[in-house]
Design a protein around this ligand. Sequence first.
Ligand code: NOJ
Length: 534
Amino acid sequence: MSDTVWWKSGTVYQIYPRSFQDSNGDGVGDLRGITSRLDYLAWLGVDAIWISPFYPSPMADFGYDVSDYCGVDPLFGTLEDFDALVAEAHRRKLRVILDFVPNHTSIAHPWFAESRASRESAKRDWYIWRDPAPDGGPPNNWLSNFGGPAWTRDAATGQYYYHAFLSEQPDLNWRNPAVREAMHDVLRFWLLRGVDGFRVDVIWHLIKDEGFRDNPLNPAFVPDLPEINRFDQVYSCDRPEVFDIVAGMRAVLREHGERVLIGEIYLPIERLVAYYGENLTGADLPFNFQLLSTPWQADSVAGLVEEYEAALPDGGWPNWVLGNHDQPRIAARVGEAQARIAAMLLLTLRGTPTLYYGDEIGLNKIAIPPERAQDPWERNEPGHGRDPERTPMQWEDAPQAGFSTVEPWLPLSTDAGRRNVDELRDDSGSILTLYRRLLWLRRDHAPLSTGSYRTVSLADELAGNLFIYERFKDDACLRIALNFGDRSQRHALPDGTTWTVLLSSRSGRSGAREAGSLELGPNEGVILAPVIAG
Ligand code: NOJ
């Protein structure tokens, strides 16, 4: 597959549909709302949208508990609305990626109703049922990712079912070929409706240890971590048999041409890269979440990039992520000034970037009063909830920031009157302008979208919090210099070359010529192109 295939050269923008645009005045975003904002996304310069789940669901986990894989929840609209969204997106050359949630269904899915009805049910083995331990307790020590045991006893048959998340989200049994077939048919249903790929929810969870062995204690556990971290998840996920499952999904996608398979995988780099599969038959893009946890310093980030680049299999295409609906906002983690450096990093590293809606307007952590908490995780384990990063998109200085006509399901930021698309789009110094310029620069410069990567920083520059690298393709080369600190820094440019500043995170510097050495202001990043003589 060539380097110019869309999911390699393009950028992905994640939409959390509850929070993007409400079109029917119920305080929750919907599909028609998304369609009405496609012009914005085309203007911004992204290439694909990934939409978090909008399928029928009791919403115990806000749509990650699916009760019908082939429909649209009335809260979000109808299948006709979905078809219109795809048509309108494609008309603007925007690809559409869906969220596929194959690890578990909702407890309300008809398959589970049938499975739980009796031990003899034809669908009993579609889920994971086990007898109680000899003391009557859960079959093993596996924990739910949202706290508490991962097993719930079902009174009807006296057995326990396994759920890696809420008890309302029973895990499917992917060892059963009938489950695989049914789920492949779900992929085909959406592929035939024109979707361009899938982001697969918790793909590394799909197969569990056949012997259901207890997970070992995690020696690094400290009590302020979520309870799931008490144990190393070595038997409940990331099992070798999972690669066959991933390859099976990928094969279904390839029946339909250039579609992309993105896998959600929270694992260290050496385990993560295994998900490209043998001879790249696995996920096209195993999500690389390393930037979410690496200390925000030039040396750590440079070390991460080197390690990741070195670990990639031959031909494996990289990708980078700064945020999603499960993680604190990047601006909350690194601060407003560094959020701009983060944007430059995300959009100039080698590999497909995924942007999270709202990061382009610098949305920060938004305080959620306890009585407005929505996330079930917050109720189970206070302080770990994900509501602060799921608040509505802010479009204009209007009631409800143009998101809705009524009070939204989660609050807006207190500065929504100025932190919104309308206010920021014409401000040359805004973070939105920076994102847009970066996105268009990527499109215009092949070294950025598909070129190779080389670290340039010297050890003393890294120690001074300066990360410098180059992207190059054929004869073209761009140099990126990012100041991760709040003090000015100097970078010695190679002798005899004059450079033009293509873009700086500081306004007013673009177009300037630099030679000899480059002075970077606090928290400043620049992209330089050599001036070709003649
Ligand atoms: C990962 C999703 O991103 C998250 O939001 C969800 O709660 C869990 N998977 C369970 O589906």
